[in-house]
Design a protein around this ligand. Structure first.
Ligand code: RP5
Length: 163
């Protein structure tokens, strides 16, 4: 079974990152979760980044706020795809600092950056990566998207019935 690593810079990121854990569980995908701080535990970051590809992960989701160096540094160290989640944290000015720190990577070292606090989409993207080679996960993603469509159609019906 393929799995996803979810790392974040602080326990304070957990309320945001929980959305990635929840959606991956909904798709039946195993996750390993850890706190890895680029600034406070740089040795742990290096150890994680250098060895993640030996542990059966298909993707890494990395979330951080403020001067958010974790996703980019993990991407520098691993051959695996890295999905970055900018977190609006206590040390963020307005969230743009986290977004730009994760988004503006140099050529050769991509981080697939989702929206501010967009951990749910990070989880879905990781599932979609797994779905390219796992038909049971692919089928769950197809069903998930169908359910989204149904919700919108039903919502439109109820809005129309209210007028
Ligand atoms: C970042 O600093 C973490 O990812 C977190 O978003 C932010 C604040 O961390 P704490 O001071 O709450 O531990 O490195």
């Amino acid at each position: 079974m393929k799995k996803v690593a979810i790392v974040m810079g602080s326990t304070s990121d957990m309320p945001v990152m929980q959305d990635a854990i929840d959606i991956l569980k909904e798709f039946g995908i195993e996750v390993d979760v850890d706190i890895v701080s680029a600034h406070r535990t740089p040795e742990k970051l290096f150890e994680f980044g250098k060895n993640a590809h030996k542990k059966g992960y298909s993707a890494i989701i990395a979330g951080a706020g403020g001067a958010a160096h974790l996703p980019g540094m993990v991407a520098a160290l691993t051959p695996l795809p890295v999905i970055g989640v900018p977190v609006k944290s206590s040390n963020s000015i307005d969230g743009w600092d986290s977004v730009l720190s994760i988004l503006q990577m140099p050529g050769g070292v991509p981080v697939a950056t989702v929206a501010l606090n967009g951990a749910k989409n990070a989880g879905i993207l990781a599932a979609q990566i797994i779905g390219t080679s796992d038909t049971s996960v692919l089928d769950k993603i197809i069903a998930y998207k169908e359910a989204l469509k149904t919700q919108v159609i039903e919502g439109a019906k109820s809005v129309n019935s209210m007028k």
